[in-house]
Design a protein around this ligand. Sequence first.
Ligand code: HEC
Ligand code: HEC
Length: 151
Amino acid sequence: MKTKIKAIALALALALGFGVLGSAVVASEVKSLRPTEASQPDAPPAIYKVMEGTKHDRAYRQQPPLVPHQTDKYEIDLKVNQCLRCHEWPYSDQEKAPKISDLHYLDRNGVRQDTVNGNRYFCKQCHVPQAEAKPLVENKFQPATLNTNLR
Ligand code: HEC
Ligand code: HEC
């Protein structure tokens, strides 16, 4: 009985020891993008001017198009979605705005719904206004799918 308890105690001590070691290693490797200590409030982010009138290229085929106009005045909550006031048919025709694609009406099982599905209701989750903003970290992004036959 005693040896069993000792064995369990040893196992626990080892596990805890490794846990502490493990987290120490991780903590020293992780570098936060945050310039200040976690306890300090962040400096407010830069306010970028929305690039209106021009249209950015998509960086990859599946990219949600960037928004070529201001968005901060358009309310989106459970009751209203002012983006749909211009982008959902038939308003899209009246406002001469691009109509949201039919994929915005599919539920998570791929079944077509009559209204915009919840998974695409909060537009700004995917569509961000276009701005000349510097990347936070350097990257060498290349899209995975490029049709090489066309080049
Ligand atoms: C007053 C009408 C109106 C409202 C409200 C509106 N838009 Fe637009 N939106 C437009 C028009 C018009 C264009 C086309 C402008 C252009 O191509 O220069 C457009 C373009 C876009 C595009 C680019 C589509 C593409 O194919 O490139 C996106 C994305 C978009 N809007 C998203 C939004 C989102 C998200 C909201 C809500 C936060 C919103 N819009 C609210 C009128 C509106
Ligand atoms: C989950 C991500 C996501 C959300 C949320 C979303 N979209 Fe999209 N949207 C896309 C993608 C991806 C495309 C590119 C075509 C496609 O896959 O439907 C797109 C395309 C569009 C287009 C261009 C359609 C075309 O045929 O060129 C407009 C306009 C648009 N979305 C507006 C909206 C509005 C308005 C909302 C909110 C009601 C919204 N989107 C919510 C991902 C999203």
